[in-house]
Design a protein around this ligand. Structure first.
Ligand code: NAP
Length: 251
């Protein structure tokens, strides 16, 4: 793995949603590669603990809030990498029984949050001369599943926004990578099931899911490619999962 320069001129990597799961693991990986890592999330205690461990900077961030995004970005005078990771799912329900509050949460966090952060940091990414935007969408960004429409619709929208940018930024010094994970054992299901730990654990029982580190390692690989190499889309599933709807428990 390439190591970026470690002088006072260090490259800056911003990771949203780094207080747990994939974001936290990505922050660790990029810090180990030598990046000056700036992390944001709402749970500042956990964020600060991660930043202290990796020698990074923790700044409070709520991607659903314009003012919070503006205050976060005001701390940054250089940005080389933006990892749009903050997101998640709330609930499982048919369209007929859709909970509109859950839908709003998922759209505000996954879609509008990614738009807010990307729009705010595009000038700095371009000015870096070799910018990289990594957006964590999901297998749910390419495949619908029963009772998942609020999340799959939001992830499809987030993915299309990211893919549109690939066209809009053609000719500018910014690479774009969409990571589409399948099942990763993080706090994702705990959030989806509103803190029900037993229900969350049952999602991963009877199969071997991916870990947050499995995803972070791939992001580290993406970041360490030379500027002319753009890994556009990466779908990562555990061996035990064939699609969003089919896995060894549900063949
Ligand atoms: P996680 O452990 O629940 O992490 C989610 C992170 O997002 C947390 O750090 C959380 O921090 C942050 N976040 C949530 N709302 C936020 C907001 N309004 N502002 C700022 N940060 C916010 O779950 P994860 O699996 O690592 O999820 C990371 C990304 O991967 C998400 O986009 C998710 O949709 C995607 N993904 C996950 C899976 C999976 O199976 N786990 C599969 C495909 C895609 P705070 O609560 O402290 O703000």
């Amino acid at each position: 793995m390439n190591t970026v320069q470690t002088s006072s001129n260090r490259k800056v990597a911003v990771v949203t949603g780094a207080s747990s799961g994939i974001g936290e693991a990505t922050a660790r990986t990029l810090a180990a590669q030598g990046y000056d890592v700036v992390i944001g999330a709402r749970r500042l205690d956990r964020l600060t603990a991660v930043a202290d461990e990796i020698g990074g900077r923790a700044i409070p961030l709520d991607v659903t809030d314009d003012e919070s995004v503006a205050a976060f970005c005001a701390h940054l005078d250089r940005v080389d990498i933006l990892v749009n990771n903050a997101g998640g799912a709330r609930g499982l329900a048919t369209v007929a029984q859709a909970d509109l509050e859950d839908w709003r949460w998922m759209w505000e966090t996954n879609v509008m949050g990614t738009v807010r952060m990307t729009r705010a940091l595009l000038p700095a990414l371009e000015a870096s001369g070799d910018g990289l935007i990594v957006t964590i969408t999901s297998i749910a960004a390419i495949e619908p599943y029963d009772n998942g429409s609020g999340y799959t619709a939001a992830k499809h929208a987030q993915g299309v926004m990211h893919r549109t940018l690939r066209f809009e930024l053609l000719g500018k010094p910014i690479r774009l990578t969409e990571i589409q994970p399948g099942m990763v054992e993080t706090e994702f299901s705990l959030v989806r099931f509103d803190g029900d730990a037993q229900r969350a654990a049952s999602v991963y029982e009877g199969l071997t899911p991916l870990t947050a580190d499995d995803i972070a390692e791939v992001i580290g690989f993406v970041a360490s490619r030379p500027p002319h190499v753009n890994l556009d889309t990466i779908l990562i599933k555990p061996r035990d999962q064939a699609s969003a709807r089919r896995n060894i428990k549900n063949p």
